[in-house]
Design a protein around this ligand. Structure first.
Ligand code: NAI
Ligand code: UGA
Length: 446
């Protein structure tokens, strides 16, 4: 089939590349000409493991091309896939400006029948609005399909090629065979439903996953007070198949371009029909507070942070991505700066993106985790990059001014910490190491 994918972000680029791998002819379009220029040189504008190899393979086999010309690409394709951003407006609602802009352009380009498939996450009823909008600009016939995307950044290619399920929302049943054919080879698990239900499945899924995270984080906070270990609790809970073991990893809360935005959007979708989604509001509140436990734990160990040096390991909202949108690191670093700390930052991939969004004279940029730790009073691990698991913790303790390690993602085991001399705080697990001598040394330094 001939496809145009509009938007070469995390969803559009990965989908385009994977559809090309499935044997379709794909044009990936973006209005950002810099991105298109890079892509034509086989350079990915986003960091996603494996993407550049697949771009190269598909270009070589002439199934994939890149273009900034939306209208010409639409004319050459049968199926147009919308994968543009739907960021949050200040009131939490989804901003549909990019969707509307792209829809208008598609309509103006149409010279015959097209199938328009929405992969962007859009509020219930949006596909109907897209349909009305397109009808305003063209006399040609078209079909609308809602095909929400469930990939995760960092494992986007695997998630796309082997999804748990594919959701297809349509109101013209004749489209079903074409949609099954399009996704052939990815999974047999294709669930066909109406458009509004498909739109809702996307928000409900993200909201449910966010709820699991806030739930386990509250359990973690209680564990700390009653002397239980949340990793043991989560493991024991997860053995019940009705609960499942995934998304029960306690930590500093969820970030990223989707959970924060989509939970707020669903609260608004409910609010627009006079329904107060109380549970989801609490999930969001719990998540907002959770990241600041890093600051409380620093206070517990160090007292005032004025004049202290704090190392930060991890700026991305999760490992294996360069995405810093809504990363918990941002608010934590800002709070440390406001409290008068010098902050030494390290991230293997996301530092450039973070620095473009936030920089300050109190920040020091480091190329290695050891560099961020050296001479610091405390190190806070905010992203569970796998390379951090193998750090020599004995050496770490020796290189720091005060060996406080705050592990916001429960990366280290008790065995790894024992004997290092580190004062170790994690989330929902017992603290290890003493505080002796520390408070006195900070008091002396201030
Ligand atoms: N990032 C993720 O992991 C996931 C995102 N989603 C949803 O997919 C959608 C896209 O998300 P991302 O890929 O993260 O966005 P992104 O912001 O990384 O990429 C969107 C791209 O669309 C381009 N664009 C905007 N308007 C355009 C137009 N008229 N013509 C051509 N290009 C245009 C932008 O220049 C940008 O490159 C959002 O609705 C998001 O909620 C869904 C599942 C996963
Ligand atoms: O709609 C979207 O954009 C996507 O949002 C999430 O994917 P993503 O944001 O890429 O990453 P996740 O792996 O879900 O992690 C999100 C956040 O939750 C945190 N998290 C995740 C799992 C967990 O157990 N605990 C936890 O704190 C992560 O650290 C991260 O900050 C969903 O998992 C995808 O299915 C969905 O397609």
């Amino acid at each position: 089939m001939k496809l145009t994918v509009i938007g070469t972000g995390y969803v559009g680029l990965v989908s385009g590349v994977c559809f090309a791998l499935g044997g379709h002819h794909v044009i990936c379009v973006d209005k950002d000409e810099e991105k298109i220029k890079k892509l034509k040189q086989m350079e990915s504008p986003i960091y996603e493991p494996g993407i550049e190899e697949l771009i190269e393979l598909n270009l070589r086999e002439e199934r994939l091309s890149f273009s900034a010309d939306l209208q010409a690409s639409v004319r050459r394709s049968d199926i147009i896939i919308l994968a543009v951003g739907t960021p949050s407006l200040p009131n939490g609602e989804a901003d549909l400006t990019y969707i509307e802009g792209a829809a208008a352009e598609i309509a103006k380009a149409m010279e015959g029948h097209k199938i328009i498939m929405t992969k962007s996450t859009v509020p219930v009823g949006t596909n109907e609005k897209i349909s009305q909008m397109i009808s305003k600009y063209t006399q040609h016939s078209f079909d609308i399909v809602s095909a929400p995307e469930f990939l995760r950044e960092g494992s986007a290619i695997r998630d796309t090629l082997h999804p748990d399920r594919i959701i297809i929302g349509l109101d013209n049943p004749e489209l079903e065979p074409t949609m099954r054919e399009l996704h052939k080879g990815f999974t047999e698990n294709v669930f066909v439903t109406d458009i509004r239900s498909a739109e809702m499945i996307k928000y409900a899924s993200n909201a449910f996953l966010a709820t699991k995270i806030s739930f386990i984080n509250e359990i973690a906070n209680i564990c700390e007070k009653v002397g239980a270990d949340v990793t043991e609790v989560a493991q024991g809970m997860g053995m019940d198949q009705r609960i499942g073991s995934s998304f029960l990893q306690a930590g500093i809360g969820y970030g990223g371009s989707c959970f924060p935005k989509d939970t707020n959007a669903l609260i608004q979708i409910a609010g627009n029909v006079d329904y107060e989604f109380k549970l989801l509001k609490s999930v969001v509140e719990v998540n907002k507070g959770q990241r600041f436990m890093i600051i409380s734990k620093l206070h517990e160990s160090l007292g005032s942070l004025r004049g202290s040096t704090i190392g930060i390991w991890g700026l991305a909202f999760k490992p294996n991505t360069d995405d810093v949108r809504e990363a918990p690191a941002r608010e934590i670093v800002e709070a440390l700066v406001a409290e008068g700390a010098t902050v030494k930052l390290y991230d293997p991939i996301a530092a450039t993106n973070f620095r473009q969004q936030y920089d300050h004279p109190q920040l020091r940029w480091c190329n290695l985790p050891e560099e961020a730790a050296e001479g610091s009073d405390a190190v806070c691990l905010l992203t569970d990059w796998s390379l951090l698991k193998d750090i020599d913790l004995h050496q770490l303790a020796k290189s720091m001014r005060n060996g406080v390690l705050i592990d916001g993602r429960n990366v280290y085991s008790k065995e790894q910490i024992e004997g290092t001399g580190l004062v170790y705080h994690s989330v929902g697990r017992p603290q290890m190491g003493g505080l002796s001598g520390y408070s006195a040394s900070v008091a002396g330094a201030v």
